[in-house]
Design a protein around this ligand. Structure first.
Ligand code: XIL
Length: 321
């Protein structure tokens, strides 16, 4: 049974996954996405360094592929992402003039959103702009534009495609008591919305470990208490023995009227962002295991195994729905 069909029957918009051209043209990824998911996020192809690595020279190939595939297959698309310190083009990182950076940010957002106007459900306009303590994080955008970076980006996005939902997205919002969530995200978003910044939704990425499901479900509620129309889980992967957590988070979204859907960050364990080397999730030698990042201790993050079979986690979501 498709978790997307089931979640739609409960009034939500989608169960989705990230992907891109390389995955869609290899293995059974496209078939899995067609059958089980209703939404896709480009894993990398809409990031700044992919789209505009040199000023004014846009590379549309991979992003176009994703958008065309999704449109043909009737899948909702979440665009990802504009105002982000990472996977940013070097030439943007070197700008020190406020007017110039404002113009560059506006042009980038306007160009991308105009190209895909009417085809994208929503965008992560801003990504990872907070520090752990809830203050705004250092980046070329913050250092040159200050807090205005947020209104500049969201206003350009609203003007370019008025029907697209505009999101602010971050990680480590996974607990209702996370400083980043309570002091950073909710307070800043309420202040910006009151000041007329067009923010429609908050995304919590959800790169977590087993046992974190209840906290993430509580975080969904805490984010929904902000003055926004919707919230979403945008990049879910769960390290370790995670079937219960997937069920808990799914129920957490069902129980929060503002939660529109859940996106998992990939299809298959061995090529997940949370398992960058095949060996990390498929066994491997002790030496290989020692290379694991501390936050990626256990592997097993996603819903399908290396042979594209649905895992216990997938079935636990079916049951939760
Ligand atoms: C990751 C991709 O999954 C990787 O393929 C890439 O090498 C690095 O970026 N937060 C985000 C995502 O917002 O864009 C990141 O995606 C994972 C963390």
């Amino acid at each position: 049974q498709s978790i997307d069909t089931l979640i739609k029957a409960k009034g939500k918009l989608y169960y989705g996954a990230c992907t891109d051209q390389g995955r869609l043209t290899s293995g059974k990824n496209a078939a899995i996405l067609q059958q089980n998911f209703g939404q896709v996020t480009p894993e990398n192809s809409m990031k700044w360094d992919s789209l505009q690595n040199q000023r004014g020279k846009f590379n549309w190939g991979q992003a176009d592929y994703l958008v065309n595939w999704a449109t043909t297959n009737n899948k909702t698309i979440r665009g990802h992402t504009f105002l982000w310190h990472s996977q940013l083009a070097g030439w943007v990182n070197n700008i020190r003039d406020k007017n110039q950076l404002t113009q560059v940010l506006q042009e980038h957002i306007t160009t991308v959103m105009t190209r895909y106007k009417g085809k994208i459900y929503g965008y992560d306009v801003a990504n990872e702009i907070f520090n752990e303590d809830g203050s705004l994080r250092s980046s070329v955008f913050y250092n040159v534009l200050g807090e205005d970076m947020v209104s500049i980006a969201f206003k350009a996005a609203r003007a370019a495609d008025p029907d697209a939902k505009l999101y602010i997205n971050d990680y480590n919002l996974d607990s209702p008591n996370a400083a980043k969530l309570t002091r950073g995200m909710v307070q800043h978003v309420n202040k910006w919305v009151a000041a007329g910044v067009p923010i429609d939704g908050i995304g919590t990425q959800g790169h977590i470990s087993s046992g974190g499901g209840n906290n993430l479900a509580a975080a969904i509620k805490a984010l929904a208490a902000a003055n926004v129309k919707e919230v979403a889980v945008t990049e879910l992967d769960i390290q370790g023995n995670n079937a219960n957590d997937y069920a808990t988070i799914t129920k957490g979204c069902l129980n929060e009227p503002k939660c529109v859907g859940i996106t998992v960050w990939g299809v298959r364990d061995p090529v997940s962002f949370a398992c960058p080397l095949v060996v990390r999730c498929e066994g491997g030698s002790d030496a290989d295991r020692e290379k694991q990042d501390s936050w990626r201790p256990n592997g097993n993050p996603l819903l399908f195994d290396s042979s594209y079979n649905p895992k216990q986690a997938y079935n636990s979501i079916v049951q939760a729905l």
